[in-house]
Design a protein. Sequence first.
Length: 145
Amino acid sequence: MPRYFTVKQAEALLPEVGESIRKAVHLKRENEKAEQELNALMHRVTMAGGMILDRQSLLGMRARRDATAMRLNEILEELQETGCQVKDLDMGLLDFPTLFRGEEVLLCWRLGEASIEYWHGTSEGFRGRRPIDQEFLDNHRGDPE
């Protein structure tokens, strides 16, 4: 069962989840870079029909890739435990479930935004974001604190 947030409850989590998503975005990039370097090396080996490799360098590349992937997964699990939903690691996009007039919708926050100012339906996604207005504030609810 999902956790539901008011705007106030979700914004109270922003310092914590904002730092976590920032780390996750960085780790994703580091992991992709390590994976690309490893793939490039394997491609060179294949194209050369084999070659002598610096075993320590290869092991170091694999260790770096694996360590960033493991830490990234840990952070993603920590974020999920807060009740927010990670939607896009390239944008640093998080959603927080809430109820608006009894229907589940999502408060939408993106890395770099100072506060939560948008919401959208569960099937609309980022492009369907609408500004939070007084009507929304008056008619949404989260779980009791």
